[in-house]
Ligand binder design. Structure first.
Ligand SMILES: O=P(O)(O)OC[C@H]1O[C@H](OP(=O)(O)OP(=O)(O)O)[C@H](O)[C@@H]1O
Ligand SMILES: O=c1[nH]c(=O)c2nc[nH]c2[nH]1
Ligand SMILES: [Mg+2]
Length: 168
């Protein structure tokens, strides 16, 4: 179990909740692309953006889907973000205009800043946002406080918990 410090709180997201939030994100973006309302592709920031990007692409009927892999964290310890895998070159045309770039969350904003520098005209969307990273994201669904660690369903498992009133 990773140490929660310096995050005071935990926000635990179920598969169902993540699906609802990714769908809500898609619906909010529907018809907002620069080409008569449409988007020319979805770019997921892996790994966390993979599932939300798949849901957004499905909802908006976008078949042009690719990934950019950025690694910033080892568990809860932040490092300098680095691009591990770039997307297909066509996604970078015209500064990424018309490309919807999707991640699970923005925290300090370092990951999105790195990707924004590569795609200055793209639209950035996340399911969750913390205040420090909020200026880096164009569209998001739910805000959580900076001292909250978000736990995603792929990082969790169902397990037994003791009753509130313990047995002797
Ligand atoms: O706003 P920031 O402070 O940069 O943090 C947000 C990023 O951190 C996490 O990715 P991580 O680097 O842990 O890799 P992962 O997506 O493979 O889990 C998360 O999925 C975001 O991409
Ligand atoms: O699973 C995660 N939860 C978070 O709150 C977070 N912030 C940066 N990277 C993160 N990964
Ligand atoms: Mg990530």
């Amino acid at each position: 179990m990773p140490d929660l410090l310096p995050h005071e709180k935990g926000f635990h997201v179920s598969w169902d909740q993540l699906h609802r939030d990714a769908r809500a994100l898609a619906w909010r973006l529907d018809g907002k692309g620069p080409d008569n309302g449409s988007w020319r592709g979805v770019l997921g920031i892996t790994r966390g953006g993979l599932v939300p990007a798949a849901v957004v692409a499905r909802e908006l009927d976008i078949r042009m889907v690719d990934t950019i892999s950025v690694k910033s964290y080892n568990h809860q310890e932040q490092r300098e973000p680095e691009v591990i895998k770039p997307p297909q070159a066509s996604f970078m045309e015209n500064g990424g205009e018309g490309v919807l770039i999707v991640d699970d969350l923005v925290d300090t904003g370092k990951t999105l800043q790195l990707v924004r520098d590569l795609f200055p005209k793209a639209h950035f969307a996340t399911c969750y946002a913390k205040p420090q990273g909020e200026p880096l994201v164009d569209t998001f669904i739910t805000e959580v406080s900076q001292d909250t660690w978000i736990f995603f369903p792929w990082d969790m498992a169902l397990q037994y918990v003791q009753p509130y009133r313990g047995t002797d």
